[in-house]
Design a protein around this ligand. Structure first.
Ligand code: SF4
Length: 462
């Protein structure tokens, strides 16, 4: 049902004196929004133990699993598949042997030359159990030449192309690795008697830790109970952090590029009000990701902000919706308009993005039926015209609404009274500086590295 971009995955890693997996378990809950297809934990206590399951964290992991995952080092993962099918074999963390010891890995991102590297690794004698690009990274790291981690990581980074933020569980601590483009986020925090690595800083907050900094593009940081240290840093000429993390993926209480995401989104909303002003009675946001932008629009325009749509947070993400009537119900299950608030009013509706355009017409219709007099749709991202190759499952170019229609056509299609998108300049004005460090390829088609435009999510399936 959802027309919103699918988050990619979330990773955590903990080194502490005791009970690392329990902390990793709680930290995972903070990044549940980054993936809901499967979840898992791994811990090290003389040997690596892994527990994975399908669905939300609460479905995949039970209290008894945490009891069995003893040890001082742990990593965790929440998955939405961007490469490979939704099946338990592709759940993470995954492990393999490195000489006489074992390592486990959690991955967020998408490696675009995984097929080629997998073929090479097979020639080296590697065997694969999954159809994900994450296992290709794991095997490449495990079998890379060199005795020390820095040599292996150097080789791995010289071979992989694409996005990978990793937590790697070893017998002596956890390594956090961010690809040389720095596409997906990864940050470091201090906790009692140890350190944490996580996709987003809200995971650090949730377990009472203190945010230290982001892992830099091309950096590998080793954490133990007592210290963190950079064990590798690749000199990077080009950084391409995903700008969409600021618009939609990251939680508003996370910090990206040293700025609270909530404040970044408020700025986007304010910029949207400057670029697309309109007379109206109220501003509402499509909950939850557009709420901050709606507040920003309201503050800049002086038009009152109110809640106008209530979101049911307990509805799962995947529906089978065979016909129009069921799709209508699908939207209604998720969103309920506050009729008494919006009846007879002209409203500005702020949303974060339109991907295929399968949900927006229903939201407009829902508000219209609730009595809204005029509906002015404001989108706090530029039109999405290009697919993502770095860990976000948007759609193919053919399916993207803005790739095939003009703004006027889209306005008619969603049946709004007016429609305004944030410009790319306005977006870059709103996100934390420096401006040239972002990937914005889904809006501009300018990919930071060459890509094959028709990517196949199942290219690594047998
Ligand atoms: S193409 Fe878009 S979603 Fe993908 S990494 Fe770049 S900015 Fe992010």
């Amino acid at each position: 049902m959802s027309d919103y971009p699918r988050e990619e995955c979330g990773v955590v890693g903990i080194s502490t004196n005791v009970d690392a997996s329990r902390l990793a378990f709680f930290a995972l809950y903070a990044i549940q929004h980054r993936g809901q297809e499967s979840a898992g934990l791994a811990s090290y206590n003389d040997k690596i133990q892994i527990k994975t399951g399908m669905g939300l964290i609460s479905q995949a992991l039970q209290e008894s699993d945490i009891e069995n995952l003893q040890g001082s080092f742990s990593i965790g993962h929440t998955r939405y598949s961007t490469t490979g099918s939704t099946k338990i074999e592709n759940a993470q963390p995954i492990s393999c042997m490195v000489e006489n010891t074992e390592i486990a890995l959690s991955h967020n991102g998408n490696v675009i030359n995984a097929k080629q590297i997998k073929d090479e690794l097979k020639e080296w004698g590697c065997e694969f159990k999954t159809s994900s690009d994450s296992e290709v990274i794991l095997q490449l790291l495990a079998n890379a030449p060199g005795k020390e981690w820095k040599e292996k990581i150097n080789y791995m980074m010289s071979r992989l192309q694409g996005a990978y933020s990793l937590t790697v569980l070893t017998d002596s601590g956890v390594i956090g690795i961010r690809d040389p483009l720095g596409v997906r986020p990864l940050c470091l925090g201090k906790i009692d008697n140890g350190y944490i690595l996580a996709s987003e800083s809200c995971a650090i907050d949730h377990i009472g830790g203190e945010y230290i900094r982001e892992i830099e593009a091309g950096e590998a940081v080793f954490i133990t109970e007592n210290e963190y240290k950079t064990i590798y840093k690749k000199e990077t000429k080009k950084i391409a952090a995903c700008v969409f993390e600021n618009i939609y993926f990251a939680r508003p209480d996370s910090i990206l590029n040293d700025q609270l995401v909530y404040l970044t989104r408020k700025k986007m909303g304010a910029q949207l009000a400057i670029e697309h002003p309109v007379d109206a009675d109220l501003v509402i946001g499509v909950p939850d990701s557009a709420t901050a932008a709606a507040v920003g629009y309201s503050e800049e325009s002086g038009i009152t902000f109110t809640e106008g749509l209530m979101k049911n947070r307990y509805v799962g993400r995947t529906f089978i919706l065979p016909d129009q009537r069921m799709r209508d119900i699908g939207v209604r299950i998720k969103l309920n308009p506050l009729k008494e608030i919006i009846y007879g009013k002209s409203i500005i509706v702020v949303d974060d993005s339109i991907v295929r355009g399968t949900t927006t017409p229903f939201v407009v219709d829902l508000l219209r039926k609730a009595g809204a007099k005029k509906i002015h749709l404001r989108i706090c991202s530029p039109p999405i015209k290009w697919p993502c190759h770095f860990g976000v499952d948007f759609a193919t170019k053919n399916e993207l609404l803005a790739a095939n229609k003009s703004i006027e056509d889209i306005q008619n299609f969603v049946k709004a009274d007016s429609l305004g998108y944030l410009s790319i300049e306005g977006l870059m004005e709103s996100v934390p500086k420096p401006k040239n460090k972002y990937c914005d390829a889904c809006f501009t088609g300018k990919y930071p590295i060459p890509v094959q435009l028709e990517m196949n999510k199942f290219a690594l399936e047998n």
